[in-house]
Write a protein of this length. Structure first.
Ligand SMILES: CC1=C(CCC(=O)O)c2cc3nc(cc4[nH]c(cc5[nH]c(cc1n2)c(C)c5CCC(=O)O)c(CCC(=O)O)c4C)C(CCC(=O)O)=C3C
Ligand SMILES: [Fe+2]
Length: 402
């Protein structure tokens, strides 16, 4: 009897791509600018930024996608083992870059020659954007059609379990370990339920289920005096959740879904951290003279125990044309004007350590914050963190069954 052959499945992992040596910069920049040649000065400026962050000597910065790919296969293999039927999953992940070799097309051809029937494609960045990740998707689809592979695309995956948790914990860690020791009233004020000797966190569910009891317990643990202090003092810790800004022109008729996804993710993250919003309760985007209101819900907790406020900003805008606001520069000045002295940044629109974070945040934003007498902090990026990889693997795993 003929047994029908199980299809062979491979994972196509797509990412932006990063230069390996200074000589890569011309082609890299031309690709980012959709074929427009950069000037010598533009290239020199970009080279300076990469040199400042240590790109040429830091292998981690240049190989993060590969590291993420290896971690992804490991987690995926474990997940698939738990199934009754085991599809044949190829052991390695195929990596294709948007702006560097190997290209997305190179990766798909390689999959074909390795005998793969079905490619499950995913982008390291979990937010879908028309200006960014949709291009990866179109290239993968065209290449797959050409060689005759079935492509299953994971379009966006920021809602997968593990992704928001990564950021919640990274931000809590920054607040407790870095901001806390700099505050006159002690680090235990930062996150409700944090106990100095026993670092445990309460989930939002616990908190909502048992709000009164937890408050009583905190008070009985002699935190009462501290609670009064936070209530009375002027708050001076702020969290800025940021993502890459987008040029306004391509969004004249329709907002890129990236904008609403980022806003929604930011609101949900802030809510899970039980933070108050800096600018009221609804976040707004100014675009082309119009105000668009973003998703907002449940941010009105009586969060008097938590002195941190949050807001959202768009970063890394280019020098020409009109870009989505509020810009991170405007937000920093506004926070400082309002008396915030400790500003924590979480660039949630990015996933790895790279120039947009290490230069735009850690160099440019830091200078803007520090020159006005406030302190700069940044939460760590996901890189190859297991919670982040787990979320990515869950999204891929769903497409194995379709
Ligand atoms: C939406 C979006 C994402 C997130 C989604 C995704 O991840 O896809 C993203 C990620 C990234 N952007 C990156 C780097 C750069 N982006 C640039 C320029 C631009 N980005 C844009 C948008 C985005 N970018 C846009 C609209 C431009 C202007 C283009 C133009 O001018 O028409 C420039 C050139 C600057 C200059 O021209 O000076 C660089 C060097 C790196 C990798 C760094 C590394 O790993 O080394 C990453 C992950
Ligand atoms: Fe970019």
């Amino acid at each position: 009897m003929n047994k029908i052959k199980e299809p062979t499945i491979g994972v196509l992992l797509m990412s932006y791509g990063t230069p390996q040596i200074p000589d890569d910069l011309r082609d890299y920049m031309t690709s980012i600018r959709r074929g427009h040649d950069p000037s010598e000065q533009d290239i020199a400026n970009l080279e300076d930024r990469y040199t400042t962050i240590g790109q040429w000597d830091n292998e981690n910065l240049r190989t993060m996608t590969e590291q993420q790919g290896r971690a992804l296969v490991k987690v995926l293999q474990r997940m698939v083992k738990c199934r009754d039927e085991q599809p044949s999953i190829i052991q390695n992940v195929y990596i294709g870059y948007q702006h560097m070799p190997p290209s997305i097309e190179d990766a798909v051809s390689q999959m074909k020659s390795d005998g793969i029937d079905i490619a499950i494609a995913i982008v390291t960045a979990p937010f879908y954007s028309k200006i960014g990740t949709s291009v990866y998707e179109e290239r993968a689809q065209r290449a797959a059609d050409q060689v005759g592979i079935e492509l299953r695309m994971v379009r966006e995956w920021w809602k997968e379990v593990g992704f928001a948790d990564y950021w919640r914990i990274a931000i809590e860690k920054t607040l407790i370990e870095q901001v806390g020791p700099n505050l006159p009233y002690g680090s235990k004020s930062i996150v409700l339920g944090y106990d100095e000797n026993d670092v445990t966190f309460l989930s939002v569910e616990d908190l909502l289920d048992d709000y009164e009891r937890i408050i009583d317990e905190l008070i009985s643990r002699e935190y009462y005096e501290d609670l009064q202090k936070y209530k009375d003092r002027v708050n001076d810790v702020a969290l800025v959740l940021s993502a890459h800004s987008l040029p306004i022109a391509p969004m004249q008729n329709q907002l890129d879904p990236y904008v609403t996804s980022i806003q929604r993710f930011s609101c949900e993250l802030a809510e899970s951290l039980i933070l108050r919003s800096w600018s009221g309760h609804i976040i707004t985007v100014e675009m082309d003279g119009q105000i668009h209101q973003g998703y907002a819900s449940g941010l009105e907790y009586e969060a008097y125990h938590n002195p941190t406020v949050w807001t959202q900003a768009w970063q890394s805008a280019g020098p020409h044309g009109e870009w989505l606001g509020p810009s991170i520069e405007t937000v920093i000045d506004g926070l400082i004007e309002d008396g915030y002295k400790h500003i924590v940044f979480a660039p949630i629109g990015f996933v790895s350590d790279h120039v947009e974070v290490l230069y735009d945040n850690d160099t440019v934003c830091r200078a803007q914050v520090e020159s006005q007498g406030a302190k700069y902090y940044r939460a760590s990026m996901p890189n190859n963190n297991e919670m982040y990889i787990f979320a990515m693997a869950s999204a891929v795993e769903k497409r194995i069954v379709q």
